[in-house]
Design a binder for this molecule. Structure first.
Ligand code: ADE
Ligand code: ZN
Length: 361
């Protein structure tokens, strides 16, 4: 996949201004590296072209006259700007086929980028609250995941996120709706508007999810303070922190995350586009690695933020001058952090070793 097909309008201007030394980056190495993604919202892979196709198929009117005008609207100054447009975009997803097409498009792109394993998020409340049955989303998503495993050898897990701007009771209801699909959903997560919705609000739901055997993750420290990262660890019992950027404001928290080797699923282009960081040169990823934090690189909502796995890795490598060792460390961290069974983790590690042996030779 050519990078320039993925950068549009404002994002392209952003990209070119921010990575003047892109040529120096080891793009061939990045593209060939076997990749693991641990933080991608499937609804955030909805490209504007697909929004228009699905709107037409489902007879839905859009408030944007063209694909270009929709893409131009992807200009954000904070998380909430993005979330407003993200929830609006979801409205075109109506049938199982729509969820299949959405997920399949992500996996085809992933295959072109040498994606080997992905643990995707979905937001059931974003669909059920519009009258779309829980099973419509799960069946569409999982049939695409199954096909990608058969055809591309991309393994996957599914993580169900609770929307934190909604209340605890609604999250409990969602947990119950997931029961028939218990074997397909490996973990629960927590996303949406972070500020004002601390992790403690969902302590009891996460406790119940753990009792039912779910693994646990949560967005924390994206826009929220370090206290929210502590809350995710202590009240929700998460095994991975999604984003985690603000931990760097709290040295004791950094020491704990290093000591406990808690993976952070960091999303560089997302952080840039949502103004969590001022520029990619000031992104804290290199500092995180220097501290010994178990950081990984992910795309978050690639259709909205200007890039999938390769583009995220190229962006940070170019801006922070990351070498091969650091790129491999990020990938090893991701392998260590997967929720997939140990046999699959071992296979992913072996594949990485084989790739490195051939890249050396
Ligand atoms: N939902 C989708 N993307 C998100 C993000 N970056 N933060 C919080 N909630 C989200
Ligand atoms: Zn996210």
């Amino acid at each position: 996949m050519k990078t320039d097909t993925l950068f549009h309008g404002e994002s392209c201007i952003h990209f070119c201004a921010i990575f003047p030394d892109m040529e120096a980056t080891d793009t061939a190495f990045i593209r060939a590296l076997p990749k693991i993604e641990l933080h991608c919202h499937i609804e955030g892979t909805l490209e504007p072209e697909l929004v228009f196709d699905l709107a037409e198929r489902n007879g839905i009117g859009l408030s944007y006259p063209s694909v270009e005008s929709l893409r131009e609207a992807y200009s954000f100054t904070r998380l909430q700007d993005f979330l407003d447009i993200y929830y609006e975009g979801m409205n075109v997803l109506r049938t199982e086929q729509d969820f299949f097409d959405l997920t399949w498009a992500y996996l085809v792109r992933g295959n072109a980028q040498n994606l080997r394993h992905t643990e995707i998020f979905f937001d059931p409340q974003g669909h059920v609250d519009r009258g779309i049955p829980f099973e419509t989303a799960v069946l569409g998503i999982t049939s695409a995941l199954d096909r990608a495993e058969r055809e591309f050898g991309i393994s996957s897990e599914l993580v169900m996120c609770f929307l934190r701007h909604l209340d605890e009771q609604e999250a409990f209801r969602t947990l119950d709706q997931a029961e028939p699909f218990r074997d397909r959903i490996i973990a629960v997560g927590l996303d949406s508007s972070e500020r004002g919705n601390p992790p403690e609000k969902f302590e009891r739901v996460f406790q119940e999810a753990a009792r039912r055997g779910y693994r646990r993750v949560a967005h924390a420290g994206e826009e929220g303070p370090p206290e929210y990262v502590y809350g995710a660890l202590d009240s929700l019992g998460v095994e991975r922190v999604d984003h985690g950027n603000s931990c760097l404001e709290a040295p004791e928290l950094v020491r704990r995350l290093v000591r406990e080797q808690v993976p952070l699923t960091v999303c560089p282009l997302s952080n840039l586009r949502l103004c969590v960081v001022e520029s990619m040169e000031r992104h804290p990823l290199a500092e995180m690695l220097d501290h010994g934090l178990k950081a990984t690189v992910n795309s978050d909502d690639p259709a909205y933020f200007g890039g999938y796995m390769n583009e995220n890795l190229e962006a940070v490598a170019g801006a922070l001058d990351l070498g091969r060792d650091q790129l491999v460390q990020l990938t090893r961290n991701a392998v260590d952090a997967v929720f997939a069974p140990q046999s699959r983790r071992q296979a992913l590690n072996d594949e990485l070793d084989k790739f490195l042996a051939s890249a050396d030779g």
